[in-house]
Design a protein around this ligand. Structure first.
Ligand code: NAP
Length: 316
C-alpha cells in the first residue's frame, strides 16, 4: 500500500497536525487513513448491479488490493437495467480493466460481449468481464468457484452422485461444472419446467421430480442448494434430511446468513456441510487475476474479513 497512512504495510494513526501545521493550536483530531493513494496508472475494476449496495465484492477485492499493495481500485457501480449498455461501454472508454456483473444484469451483459468463454456460452450469462484491445470478453466463474470451494473442503466433486436443487443462473453454471468434473448429477426445481429446460441444455443431467427430492437423497453423495431459499428474510428450503445417508455432504451457495437453515439442519444430523461464502471468494479469483495481474489466495484471513460483514450486529 502506498498511501501515506501506511507504514511498512500496517496502518498507523495520524494526527491532522502531522500534515497540517496551520491546525496547531486547534483541537488535534486523530483519524485512521484507509484510503490508498492511486497513481495516474491505477488499474480500475468494479461491480455493476442494480441495486449493488448489498454486494460484498468491493470488500473482497479491496482486501486483495490492500494485501498485494496494488495501485488499483474496485468500486461499486449502481447501473439501472436500461443503462447497462451505456455503463459497460463507458467503463471500457474510461480505461477500466473490466468488471463483475451481478443481478439483474448477468444475461443482458452476455449479449454485449465480443467473445465468451465456454462456461459463459453454456449458461448464456456472464458474471465477469475483461476489457482488452477495445473488446469485451465475458466469463462465468460461478461453476469454477463452486468446484474450487468443494476442493478446499477436500471434497472430490466427482466422488459420487450429486443432487442439485434449483434451476436459476447459478444452478446452471454449477450443474455444468459438476458434469465437466465427471460427476453424476441430477437436478430438481420447484418449477419443473425450468429444471426440464436445464436438462435439455446440459446433456447428461438427470431429472428428479420436486416431490421425490427427499427420497432421492438416499442415493446421493452431495446435496447442493442452488436456490435463493434460506437467504436472510426469505423462507428456508423445504427439504427434510431424514433419508440422507450419514456420508452425505450438504453444500449451500447462499452465504447470507453464513449458516443457512439447511446447513444448520444438516449439522444437527451430523452431516458434513459447506457454506456459500467460500464459493463467492473462489469465483472472484479469475477476475482479480485478469484485471490486476496477480492470482490472489483464498485463505482464512480473507474468509474472516468478508464474513465479519455478514454477521448481524448483536442487539444491545
Ligand atoms: P435465480 O436465477 O433467481 O434462481 C432462483 C432459484 O431459486 C430458482 O431455481 C427458484 O425456483 C429457486 N427458489 C427461490 N425460492 C425458492 C423456494 N422458496 N423454494 C424452492 N426454490 C426456490 O437466482 P441465482 O442467480 O441462481 O441465485 C440463487 C442463489 O444463489 C441466490 O441466493 C444468490 O445470492 C446465490 N448465489 C451465490 C453465489 C456464491 O458465490 N455463493 C453465486 C451466485 C449466486 P423457481 O424456478 O421455482 O422460481
Amino acid at each position: 500500500m502506498t498511501g501515506a497512512g501506511y507504514v511498512n504495510g500496517s496502518e498507523r494513526i495520524r494526527s491532522s497536525a502531522d500534515t497540517a501545521p496551520w491546525l496547531s493550536g486547534m483541537r488535534r483530531v486523530c483519524f485512521v487513513s484507509h484510503m490508498p493513494t492511486l497513481s495516474g496508472r491505477a488499474r480500475l475494476a468494479g461491480i455493476l448491479g442494480w441495486p449493488v449496495a448489498h454486494s460484498r465484492s468491493p470488500r473482497l477485492h479491496g482486501f486483495w488490493l490492500e494485501r498485494h499493495r496494488i495501485d488499483g481500485a474496485y468500486v461499486p457501480l449502481a447501473v439501472p437495467p436500461e443503462q447497462l449498455g451505456l455503463g459497460v461501454r463507458g467503463l471500457l472508454a474510461c480505461g477500466f480493466r473490466g468488471c463483475n456483473v451481478t443481478l439483474p444484469h448477468k444475461e443482458a451483459a452476455y449479449a454485449l460481449c465480443d467473445t465468451l468463454t465456454e462456461s459463459a456460452r453454456r449458461v448464456h450469462a456472464v458474471n465477469t468481464l475483461l476489457f482488452q484491445d477495445g473488446r469485451i470478453h465475458g466469463n462465468s466463474t460461478d461453476g469454477a468457484g463452486f468446484i474450487a470451494n468443494l476442493r478446499s473442503h477436500e471434497v472430490n466433486p466427482a466422488a459420487g452422485p450429486a443432487l442439485l436443487i434449483g434451476a436459476g443462473g447459478a444452478a446452471r453454471d454449477i450443474a455444468a461444472a459438476l458434469l465437466d468434473e465427471g460427476a453424476k448429477v441430477s437436478v430438481t426445481n420447484r418449477t419443473p419446467e425450468r429444471a426440464e429446460a436445464l436438462a435439455r441444455l446440459l446433456p447428461g443431467l438427470a431429472l428428479v421430480a420436486w416431490s421425490d427430492r427427499e427420497a432421492a437423497l438416499a442415493d446421493q453423495a452431495l446435496l447442493v442448494n442452488a436456490t435463493s431459499a434460506g437467504m436472510a428474510d426469505r423462507p428456508p428450503l423445504e427439504i427434510a434430511l431424514s433419508r440422507a445417508p450419514s456420508s452425505l455432504v450438504v453444500a449451500d451457495i447462499v452465504y447470507v446468513p453464513l449458516v443457512t437453515p439447511l446447513l444448520a439442519a444438516a449439522r444437527a444430523q451430523g452431516l458434513a456441510t459447506i457454506g456459500g461464502l467460500g464459493m463467492l471468494l473462489h469465483q472472484a479469483v479469475e477476475g482479480f487475476a485478469a484485471w490486476f495481474g496477480i492470482v490472489p489466495a483464498v485463505d482464512r484471513e480473507l474468509f474472516e474479513f468478508v464474513a465479519q460483514d455478514l454477521v448481524p450486529p448483536k442487539a444491545d
